[in-house]
Design a protein around this ligand. Structure first.
Ligand SMILES: [Zn+2]
Length: 216
Protein backbone atom coordinates (compact mmCIF):
# COMPACT_ATOMS: atom_id res chain seq x y z
CA UNK A 1 0.00 0.00 0.00
CA UNK A 2 1.11 3.53 -0.74
CA UNK A 3 -0.37 4.79 2.52
CA UNK A 4 -3.31 3.92 4.75
CA UNK A 5 -5.27 6.89 6.10
CA UNK A 6 -7.48 6.23 9.10
CA UNK A 7 -9.67 8.39 11.35
CA UNK A 8 -8.49 7.80 14.89
CA UNK A 9 -9.86 8.99 18.21
CA UNK A 10 -7.00 9.96 20.46
CA UNK A 11 -7.44 9.35 24.21
CA UNK A 12 -4.45 11.59 25.04
CA UNK A 13 -6.12 14.52 23.27
CA UNK A 14 -9.43 13.73 24.98
CA UNK A 15 -7.61 13.81 28.36
CA UNK A 16 -6.07 17.15 27.38
CA UNK A 17 -9.55 18.53 26.58
CA UNK A 18 -10.83 17.27 29.94
CA UNK A 19 -7.98 19.14 31.60
CA UNK A 20 -8.96 22.32 29.75
CA UNK A 21 -12.60 21.81 30.79
CA UNK A 22 -11.56 21.37 34.44
CA UNK A 23 -9.32 24.42 34.42
CA UNK A 24 -11.12 27.54 35.64
CA UNK A 25 -8.88 29.66 33.43
CA UNK A 26 -9.06 27.33 30.45
CA UNK A 27 -9.95 28.89 27.13
CA UNK A 28 -12.02 27.23 24.43
CA UNK A 29 -9.22 27.93 21.94
CA UNK A 30 -7.10 25.42 23.89
CA UNK A 31 -9.34 22.51 22.90
CA UNK A 32 -7.93 20.14 20.32
CA UNK A 33 -9.77 17.76 18.01
CA UNK A 34 -9.88 14.34 19.67
CA UNK A 35 -10.56 12.67 16.31
CA UNK A 36 -8.08 13.15 13.53
CA UNK A 37 -7.00 11.60 10.24
CA UNK A 38 -3.63 9.91 10.34
CA UNK A 39 -1.46 7.86 8.06
CA UNK A 40 -0.93 4.47 9.68
CA UNK A 41 2.78 4.18 10.54
CA UNK A 42 4.93 1.13 11.14
CA UNK A 43 5.21 0.83 14.97
CA UNK A 44 8.91 0.01 14.69
CA UNK A 45 10.37 2.58 12.30
CA UNK A 46 7.52 5.01 11.62
CA UNK A 47 7.56 4.33 7.85
CA UNK A 48 4.17 4.53 6.16
CA UNK A 49 4.94 3.59 2.59
CA UNK A 50 5.28 0.32 0.73
CA UNK A 51 3.40 -1.55 3.42
CA UNK A 52 2.04 -5.00 2.71
CA UNK A 53 -1.41 -5.65 4.15
CA UNK A 54 -2.58 -9.17 4.92
CA UNK A 55 -5.80 -10.60 6.22
CA UNK A 56 -9.16 -12.02 5.28
CA UNK A 57 -12.55 -10.33 5.26
CA UNK A 58 -13.28 -10.86 8.94
CA UNK A 59 -9.71 -10.92 10.24
CA UNK A 60 -7.74 -8.31 12.14
CA UNK A 61 -5.51 -6.16 9.92
CA UNK A 62 -1.89 -7.27 9.65
CA UNK A 63 0.59 -4.77 8.24
CA UNK A 64 4.12 -5.78 7.21
CA UNK A 65 6.74 -3.06 6.91
CA UNK A 66 9.86 -3.37 4.69
CA UNK A 67 11.89 -3.02 7.92
CA UNK A 68 10.56 -6.43 9.02
CA UNK A 69 8.22 -5.15 11.72
CA UNK A 70 4.65 -6.40 11.81
CA UNK A 71 1.56 -4.64 13.16
CA UNK A 72 -1.53 -6.67 13.93
CA UNK A 73 -4.63 -4.92 15.18
CA UNK A 74 -6.41 -6.25 18.21
CA UNK A 75 -8.25 -9.48 17.31
CA UNK A 76 -10.58 -9.19 20.31
CA UNK A 77 -13.52 -7.00 19.41
CA UNK A 78 -15.80 -8.30 22.15
CA UNK A 79 -15.05 -5.65 24.77
CA UNK A 80 -15.15 -2.53 22.65
CA UNK A 81 -16.50 -1.69 19.20
CA UNK A 82 -13.75 0.96 18.96
CA UNK A 83 -11.42 -2.02 18.96
CA UNK A 84 -12.67 -3.05 15.56
CA UNK A 85 -11.01 -0.36 13.47
CA UNK A 86 -8.42 -2.73 11.99
CA UNK A 87 -11.08 -5.07 10.67
CA UNK A 88 -13.04 -2.15 9.24
CA UNK A 89 -9.97 -0.72 7.52
CA UNK A 90 -9.15 -4.14 6.09
CA UNK A 91 -12.67 -4.46 4.65
CA UNK A 92 -12.32 -0.98 3.13
CA UNK A 93 -8.98 -1.92 1.55
CA UNK A 94 -10.38 -5.18 0.14
CA UNK A 95 -13.35 -3.36 -1.40
CA UNK A 96 -11.14 -0.59 -2.79
CA UNK A 97 -8.76 -3.11 -4.32
CA UNK A 98 -11.68 -4.81 -6.06
CA UNK A 99 -13.13 -1.49 -7.30
CA UNK A 100 -11.51 1.91 -6.58
CA UNK A 101 -14.85 3.71 -7.08
CA UNK A 102 -16.04 1.99 -3.90
CA UNK A 103 -14.31 4.83 -2.04
CA UNK A 104 -16.62 7.37 -3.73
CA UNK A 105 -19.67 5.32 -2.74
CA UNK A 106 -18.35 4.99 0.82
CA UNK A 107 -17.71 8.71 1.23
CA UNK A 108 -20.83 10.19 -0.37
CA UNK A 109 -23.19 9.19 2.50
CA UNK A 110 -20.73 10.73 4.96
CA UNK A 111 -20.82 14.04 3.04
CA UNK A 112 -24.64 13.88 2.84
CA UNK A 113 -24.80 13.15 6.57
CA UNK A 114 -22.76 16.29 7.40
CA UNK A 115 -24.99 18.28 5.05
CA UNK A 116 -28.24 16.97 6.56
CA UNK A 117 -27.05 17.36 10.16
CA UNK A 118 -26.32 21.04 9.44
CA UNK A 119 -29.64 21.46 7.61
CA UNK A 120 -31.51 20.17 10.69
CA UNK A 121 -29.77 22.71 12.91
CA UNK A 122 -30.31 25.50 10.39
CA UNK A 123 -34.01 24.76 9.98
CA UNK A 124 -34.70 24.32 13.69
CA UNK A 125 -37.46 26.66 14.84
CA UNK A 126 -35.44 27.92 17.80
CA UNK A 127 -33.89 30.63 15.68
CA UNK A 128 -30.52 30.52 17.38
CA UNK A 129 -28.64 28.82 14.55
CA UNK A 130 -24.89 29.42 14.41
CA UNK A 131 -22.51 27.52 12.18
CA UNK A 132 -19.18 26.34 13.54
CA UNK A 133 -16.53 28.77 12.22
CA UNK A 134 -14.28 25.88 11.12
CA UNK A 135 -16.99 24.53 8.81
CA UNK A 136 -17.83 27.98 7.46
CA UNK A 137 -14.23 28.96 6.80
CA UNK A 138 -13.67 25.69 4.99
CA UNK A 139 -16.80 26.14 2.84
CA UNK A 140 -15.65 29.63 1.85
CA UNK A 141 -12.06 28.55 1.20
CA UNK A 142 -12.88 25.81 -1.33
CA UNK A 143 -13.10 26.95 -4.95
CA UNK A 144 -16.38 25.28 -5.89
CA UNK A 145 -16.03 26.28 -9.55
CA UNK A 146 -12.67 24.55 -9.94
CA UNK A 147 -12.72 21.83 -12.56
CA UNK A 148 -10.55 19.68 -10.30
CA UNK A 149 -12.48 19.66 -7.01
CA UNK A 150 -9.98 17.31 -5.36
CA UNK A 151 -7.15 19.80 -5.93
CA UNK A 152 -9.38 22.66 -4.71
CA UNK A 153 -10.13 20.72 -1.51
CA UNK A 154 -6.44 20.00 -0.99
CA UNK A 155 -5.58 23.70 -1.39
CA UNK A 156 -8.23 24.67 1.18
CA UNK A 157 -7.50 21.89 3.67
CA UNK A 158 -3.69 21.98 3.54
CA UNK A 159 -3.54 18.37 4.79
CA UNK A 160 -1.20 17.87 7.73
CA UNK A 161 -0.62 14.22 6.74
CA UNK A 162 1.21 11.96 7.37
CA UNK A 163 1.00 13.47 10.87
CA UNK A 164 -2.40 13.90 12.51
CA UNK A 165 -4.88 16.19 10.75
CA UNK A 166 -7.50 17.11 13.34
CA UNK A 167 -10.90 18.39 12.46
CA UNK A 168 -14.65 18.36 12.69
CA UNK A 169 -16.48 15.57 10.81
CA UNK A 170 -16.80 17.76 7.68
CA UNK A 171 -13.06 18.50 7.62
CA UNK A 172 -12.16 14.83 8.02
CA UNK A 173 -14.56 13.54 5.40
CA UNK A 174 -13.43 16.20 2.89
CA UNK A 175 -9.84 15.20 3.53
CA UNK A 176 -10.75 11.62 2.57
CA UNK A 177 -12.63 12.94 -0.48
CA UNK A 178 -9.57 14.93 -1.59
CA UNK A 179 -7.40 11.81 -1.27
CA UNK A 180 -9.93 9.65 -3.14
CA UNK A 181 -10.27 12.13 -6.02
CA UNK A 182 -6.53 11.98 -6.67
CA UNK A 183 -7.24 8.74 -8.51
CA UNK A 184 -8.58 9.56 -12.00
CA UNK A 185 -10.47 6.24 -11.92
CA UNK A 186 -12.47 7.58 -8.98
CA UNK A 187 -12.63 11.24 -10.06
CA UNK A 188 -13.96 10.53 -13.56
CA UNK A 189 -16.34 7.73 -12.61
CA UNK A 190 -20.08 8.20 -12.23
CA UNK A 191 -19.79 7.57 -8.48
CA UNK A 192 -16.93 10.08 -8.31
CA UNK A 193 -19.05 12.71 -10.08
CA UNK A 194 -21.94 12.10 -7.68
CA UNK A 195 -19.55 12.49 -4.77
CA UNK A 196 -18.28 15.80 -6.16
CA UNK A 197 -21.86 17.01 -6.71
CA UNK A 198 -22.68 16.17 -3.07
CA UNK A 199 -19.63 18.12 -1.87
CA UNK A 200 -20.47 21.16 -4.02
CA UNK A 201 -24.11 21.12 -2.83
CA UNK A 202 -23.17 20.82 0.84
CA UNK A 203 -20.49 23.54 0.73
CA UNK A 204 -22.76 25.83 -1.30
CA UNK A 205 -25.45 25.56 1.40
CA UNK A 206 -22.87 25.96 4.17
CA UNK A 207 -21.81 29.28 2.63
CA UNK A 208 -25.40 30.51 2.55
CA UNK A 209 -26.28 29.27 6.03
CA UNK A 210 -22.98 30.38 7.58
CA UNK A 211 -23.47 33.89 6.15
CA UNK A 212 -26.53 34.09 8.43
CA UNK A 213 -24.50 33.47 11.55
CA UNK A 214 -21.28 31.87 12.68
CA UNK A 215 -20.55 30.91 16.30
CA UNK A 216 -17.64 33.03 17.50
ZN1 LIG B 1 9.05 -0.40 9.83
Amino acid sequence: MDQIVIDRWDSGTADWNQGVANDLWGETSSYRHATGAEVLPCPGCGNHQNLIVEGCWDDPLTVLCPCGDVLTTDPDRSWSPANDWGRNVLKRLILNAADPTYEARRLRPRVVECHERERLLWSSPLGCYRMDPEDFELAVAVDLDASDLGAALTRALKPALPERHGGLPLTLVLLHVALALRDPLVRDSEDGQRLQDAVREALGDFRTWGAQGVAR
